[in-house]
Design a protein around this ligand. Structure first.
Ligand SMILES: Cc1cc2nc3c(=O)[nH]c(=O)nc-3n(C[C@H](O)[C@H](O)[C@H](O)COP(=O)(O)OP(=O)(O)OC[C@H]3O[C@@H](n4cnc5c(N)ncnc54)[C@H](O)[C@@H]3O)c2cc1C
Length: 426
């Protein structure tokens, strides 16, 4: 059996920050990673550019954290977004702030984020083992006593003074996060809030694949659960082979997926002419009537909508197809205005964990002490990152959750170890 003071499970964003902050306090740290290298998920974040964090102040930042942002407050104040930027600059990663207060590495390379962290861990003497999958955490009388892992086919174990579980969630399991942390936490008596994919593509009923690759910029999207409008967002939508994505699609996906899983009806409406009020749109259409006071709908729509949208829009509004509008019948315009201002799509499914950005649900925040990330059930056990039932919107919020909770867990676990060392040497 090997001997280490602290074992961190998972070399992702949370695990690396945990190992870093603990090693800075002088405890010996073993970081176990089941993949062949560190930070596989970080490498694909932000489309390969890694949106490290967001510079908003707590009041604004916290509006993007779910299900209970107060749980995250202590971790955020221990390692805030501005301290995170400073930390990265100190370990050699220059950053820049872009649109929407999003922070990226100046190099535009997500891998540089991982390299800067791994270099710092090496400099601090953290032992990082790859291809090392933790299989069991054993406890006696409310304390972890042994941690077992497989390394290149060999069973190994250690009896650490504390353990940090930073195994991530279920999203993009090919990066290594496939739910082991929930099993460890569950076996040790923690409540696991049911997981579901969030920040994920939403598939409309009867989706017309000719919409793929269309991007609608600066539109308003409303999400309806049953008859109730529950969320309204403004920005860009992308139509992909998975349905609706882009910032708007992802932003409403948390509520949409939850409702679909509850068996509720989910709709979205998109305002296809957000720059024009209804009255302005009526005036705009009125200007299109020819000398005879007539206009064919198939002639009108190309002047109002992107080409790629016309056919799917017409298919969905069958009553409009082939219609000739007459300026003598002003009421005829209203159904068109309504369809343009409220293009309605029923959402019938969503992309699951294999390609969602984040896992909602996880180790219950009721079983974790927010001010130090320790378990309320096992006294020398800590949690950090996506494995916890806490998640955020797109915009750098999720990595900040991982960095802050990891940093706090590392500091707290090392203080616990140093205190117990002092007690035993007295
Ligand atoms: C495509 C994509 C893009 C994203 N872009 C952004 C972005 O730009 N900005 C942002 O803020 N967030 C982004 N996110 C979310 C962000 O990446 C995650 O929230 C964050 O990486 C979670 O960090 P973590 O350390 O908790 O988990 P992970 O990064 O998943 O790390 C967990 C680690 O634990 C290891 N592990 C698991 N089980 C074991 C075991 N039994 N033994 C040993 N090791 C184990 C895994 O291999 C993995 O390396 C993105 C996510 C995806 C999928």
């Amino acid at each position: 059996m090997e001997n280490r003071e602290l074992v961190v499970i998972g070399a992702g964003a949370a695990g690396m920050l945990a190992a870093l902050s603990a090693a800075e306090e002088g405890v010996s740290v073993l970081l176990l990673e089941k993949m062949e290298k560190a930070g596989r998920k970080i490498r694909i974040t932000g489309k390969g550019r890694c949106n490290i964090t967001n510079t908003k102040n707590w009041d604004e930042f916290s509006k993007h954290i779910y299900p209970k942002n107060s749980f995250f407050k202590s971790a955020f104040y221990n390692l805030s977004n501005s301290k995170t930027i400073t930390l990265f600059e100190e370990i050699g990663l220059e950053t820049i702030i872009e649109r929407g207060d999003r922070v990226y590495p100046k190099s535009g390379q997500a891998k540089d984020v991982v390299d800067s962290l791994v270099n710092r861990l090496n400099a601090l003497g953290v032992e990082v083992r790859y291809n090392a999958r933790v299989t069991d955490i054993k406890s006696i009388d409310g304390s972890v006593t042994e941690l077992v892992w497989e390394e290149n086919g060999t069973r190994k174990s250690v009896s650490p003074k504390a353990v940090i579980v930073a195994t991530g969630g279920l999203s993009y399991p090919t990066t290594g996060s496939d739910g082991d942390g929930y099993k460890f936490a569950g076996n040790l008596g923690h409540n696991i809030v049911p997981c579901f994919p969030s920040l994920t593509a939403l598939m409309p009923k009867g989706y017309d694949s000719s919409l793929e690759s269309l991007v609608l910029k600066n539109v308003t999207l409303k999400l309806y659960i049953g008859k109730d409008a529950v969320q309204e967002e403004f920005g860009d939508i992308e139509f992909t082979n998975n349905g609706l994505e882009g910032p708007l699609g992802l932003r409403v996906s948390r509520k949409a997926v939850k409702a679909l899983l509850n068996g509720e009806k989910v709709f979205i409406t998109i305002d296809l002419k957000p720059a024009l009020s209804e009255v302005q749109l009526i005036n705009r259409i009125n200007r299109e009537f020819d000398a005879n006071g007539k206009i064919r709908i198939t002639d009108l729509l190309p002047r109002l909508l992107p080409k790629q949208l016309i056919e799917p829009f017409m298919k969905q509004n069958k009553l409009l197809s082939g219609k000739i509008l007459s300026s003598q019948l002003p009421g005829e315009i209203y159904p068109i205005i309504d369809s343009l201002k409220n293009w309605k799509l029923e959402i019938e499914s969503f992309t699951s964990f294999e390609r969602c950005v984040i896992t909602a649900g996880g180790v219950s925040i009721n079983d974790i002490v927010s001010k130090n990330m320790s378990s309320r059930i096992i006294k020398n056990l800590y949690f950090a990152g996506e494995v916890i039932d806490i998640d955020g919107d797109t915009g750098g919020y999720n990595l900040q959750i991982a960095f802050s909770t990891g940093y706090l867990a590392g500091k707290s676990a090392s203080h616990f170890i140093l205190k117990s060392n002092n007690t035993s040497s007295e």
